[in-house]
Design a protein around this ligand. Structure first.
Ligand SMILES: O=C(O)C(=O)C[C@]1(C(=O)O)C=C[C@@H](O)C=C1
Length: 274
């Protein structure tokens, strides 16, 4: 049996990501309340793998998870894209005019901003995860409380979805990385995630990225993040197609390193498609 860490309870989107990537056979999904505990358990080899949300097509980078790659020496070995459909789940018999508060995971709430703009009297309340939010409103037995979550959570808790697909974008999708403590590059890997801190000199970022362009390497993501404790200094997350197993990529990374204070790959994996 392989134990795979994920955020939250049964019925979350993270659980969907686990089963979408690994299938259900021989897999035990282990729910956690926070990502730091997942990373610690991975580093201690208490679990085999974990599946972490890193980016959403509506709201962008999920910095809480992405930034952990700075502190934990774990490796991304897979990627999975999960279409996210958010339902408004209520107690039986509730109508929209009864609802005063809607509970959900902060990411889920921000994927449904249009809903809250259209219903300014409804308050959004951040909660642990989408499935726990459904469990909570069921336990409250208060018709004015609703939750945002998956149809799987609505079915599991036997509560109706008053409104289906209330997320802002029809194509709302979350990208998850599959992470492990083993330092292996999967044989079919074709994408690499890098973290870089550049020298503070004119043109450093330009030259670092030119190292990729010069070798015709496709950069598919560039994200800048503040460095904690350093005022207005930034590190960059860069995703490229290719892996250091390819001599051309290896050469480009060696060139790139000349313009960096730090350059680290946090994993190579097979790029996912929907
Ligand atoms: O609360 C959940 O259902 C989760 O799996 C967490 C999470 C997230 O952290 O982004 C996962 C996917 C969706 O984007 C919304 C919430």
């Amino acid at each position: 049996m392989k134990t795979v860490g994920m955020q939250g309870a049964h019925g979350t989107f993270s659980e969907m990501a686990v089963y979408q990537y690994f299938g259900k056979d021989g897999i035990a999904a282990k729910g956690y309340r926070n990502f730091v505990e997942i990373m610690q358990d991975l580093e201690n080899h208490a679990i085999d793998d974990a599946v972490l949300p890193v980016e959403n097509t509506t709201t962008g980078i999920i910095a809480r998870t992405y930034d952990l790659f700075k502190y934990y020496h774990v490796h991304a070995v897979g990627e999975v894209l999960v279409p996210i459909v958010q339902d408004l789940i209520t107690l039986p018999g509730a109508s929209l005019s009864d609802i005063k508060e809607v509970y959900s995971h902060p990411e889920a709430l921000s994927q449904c901003q249009g809903f809250f703009e259209a219903h300014p009297d409804i308050r959004s309340v951040p909660y642990q995860d989408t499935a726990k939010s459904v469990e909570y409103i069921k336990a409250c037995k208060d018709i004015s409380k609703a939750a945002i979550g998956s149809s799987a959570a609505s079915a599991y808790y036997h509560l109706p979805a008053l409104c289906h697909a209330i997320q802002d974008s029809k194509t709302n999708t979350t990208r998850f990385l599959v992470v492990t403590w083993k330092d292996d590059i999967p044989a079919d890997a074709n994408k690499t995630s890098l973290m870089l801190v550049i020298n503070h000199e004119p043109g450093s970022l330009y030259r670092a990225l030119a190292s990729l362009a010069d070798k015709q390497i496709n950069m598919v993501k560039l994200e800048s993040r503040p460095i904690p404790g350093k005022m207005f200094e930034y590190l960059f997350y860069v995703d490229i197609m290719g892996t250091p197993a390819d001599p051309v990529v290896k050469e480009a990374l060696a060139q790139m390193k000349k313009y960096c204070v730090e350059l680290r790959s946090f994993g190579s994996y097979r790029a996912a498609s929907l």
